[in-house]
Design a protein around this ligand. Sequence first.
Ligand code: CA
Length: 230
Amino acid sequence: MKMRKILLVEDERRIARMVQAYLAREGYRVEVAFDGEEGWSQFQALAPDLVILDLMLPRLHGLELARRIRSESNVPIIMLTARAEEADRVAGLEMGADDYVTKPFSLRELAARVRAVLRRVEGAGNREVIEAGPLKIDLAAREVYLGEKPVELTPTEFDLLSFLARHPGRVFTRRELLEAIQERAYASLPRTIDSHIKNLRRKIEPEPTKPTFILTVHGVGYKFRPEKGG
Ligand code: CA
């Protein structure tokens, strides 16, 4: 199996070295950048399979770096945040980060997230294609089309959309959706689901404020539109 490349952007050298050593033992090749600008140049040079990104970085803020990366790539991003940075965390998810880990974190937990995110991206052999009107979700290829046009989704957006679409008409709470797209719910906030849904709607809905695919069920959560006659 090909060795996965991870770019770690973290200015606290002690943490960076610990994470690097731990993930290297888990079989990943880990490159470290110690500030945002260095992170950006390394991202372009390395083309990593996954980015682990601290938010509070010198020279270029982690959110800005996430935005730059997203403008070029759907590479999975895991954010590292302090407990007090909730607003940044939500902003990061809106920016298209796939997951976050709150400091202080255990190396085992981080490694579990890395594995889960990479597994989601690489997908398992599932032949199914889900169609709902003009929306087509190819579960095997992890591709989404609107009519003939491909839609670029982040790994988390794809997982959320395909999970909902596999159960049309069924209502899920935010907590259930979090659990569905992650191995375990860990400490994620239910409202992170709202950010992902907002991003998804922007990408697949002709009018994101009048959604036709993923419907809001007030006071409960979300559902994918029911099948005709169902
Ligand atoms: Ca920092």
